[in-house]
Design a binder for this molecule. Structure first.
Ligand code: NAG
Ligand code: NAG
Ligand code: ZN
Length: 262
């Protein structure tokens, strides 16, 4: 985001991300009527309230996805109190959001279990990212064995998927937090929620103050996104690869070095 109304309840509470008049970094109309081009430009002018400090030890390219995927997963850990050492949090989907959720969970001292439809991601989840365990969501035996063990789950999946198996993984008072955005409504089984006083809730990015806090925390714990840097004339191929989920885990366009060629 690069602007908001600066006067509503949300803005007054450092929740610019929930302002009804939020101005997005890209393809929004700015206060002066111009279109925002975000990072797809070699320079930009911004209100200082929407500018962040990136610590020197963080590489800019691998930090860029923290500003979207990073805050999207960091904010619910904090807001829903899932950042306490010893807690057990599940992360559904191991992509751009999911791999950062694993990194933040580890830095909080939280036990983290990756839940995925793809058994092939187990090695990546455990050996490379350091998740404590891995569940194949389509394996009823594995899911059954993990029932009632989690304080919270961060669900990053944007495809239609069943919620019941995830709700079952929660302890009483557990929270299932949706940060992916399925295009169609999901079915919500209410009875299992009543039985354990469980919560299903959504969360969208975070405000400027919390984004700065997340960046500083990431700098302290050496957390960056795993990225593939591409030149700008590769974007069409990158889009095709994104559809096939063929990227680990975010593309970053090297604007500075490649835009000027056009
Ligand atoms: C705060 O944000 C929510 C979500 O965008 C919105 O529904 C609500 O109207 C906002 N509050 C005010 C006072 O604008
Ligand atoms: C972060 O990286 C620096 C430099 O490699 C290292 O000195 C420091 O111990 C690391 N901190 C953590 C929390 O891993
Ligand atoms: Zn506002």
């Amino acid at each position: 985001m690069v602007g908001s109304c600066n006067s509503c309840d949300n803005c007054s509470n450092n929740l610019e991300n929930y302002c009804p008049n939020l101005i997005l970094t890209l393809a929004s109309i700015y206060h002066d009527g111009t279109t925002t081009y975000g990072g797809y430009s070699d320079i930009m002018v911004a209100d200082e309230h929407y500018v962040l400090r990136i610590a020197d030890n963080l590489p800019l390219d691998a930090s860029a996805p923290l500003l979207c995927a990073g805050i999207t997963v960091y904010s619910p850990f904090k807001y829903f109190g899932l950042d306490k050492p010893g807690m057990h949090v599940g992360v559904v989907g191991l992509g751009g959001l999911g791999h950062l959720a694993v990194k933040f969970a580890k830095a909080f001292g939280v036990k983290v279990t990756v839940i995925s439809t793809t058994p092939g991601k187990k090695k990546e989840a455990i050996e490379i990212l350091g998740a404590h365990s891995f569940l194949v969501s389509r394996d009823p035996l594995q899911m059954e064995a993990a029932k009632g063990t989690m304080d919270g789950i961060i669900d990053t999946v944007s495809a239609i998927h069943p919620l019941l198996p995830l709700i079952d993984l929660l302890k009483s008072h557990g929270k299932l937090i949706m940060v992916g955005a399925p295009e169609k409504p999901l079915e919500l089984p209410v009875f299992p929620l009543l039985l354990g006083r469980k919560t299903v809730v959504g969360s969208n990015t975070g405000g400027m103050k919390e984004i700065q806090e997340m960046i500083d925390f990431a700098a302290e714990h050496n957390i960056t996104s795993d990225i593939e840097v591409i030149p700008i004339d590769y974007v069409n191929t990158a889009m095709e690869r994104l559809i096939k989920a063929d990227v680990r885990y975010r593309f970053v366009i090297d604007i500075g070095n490649t835009l000027k060629a056009f």
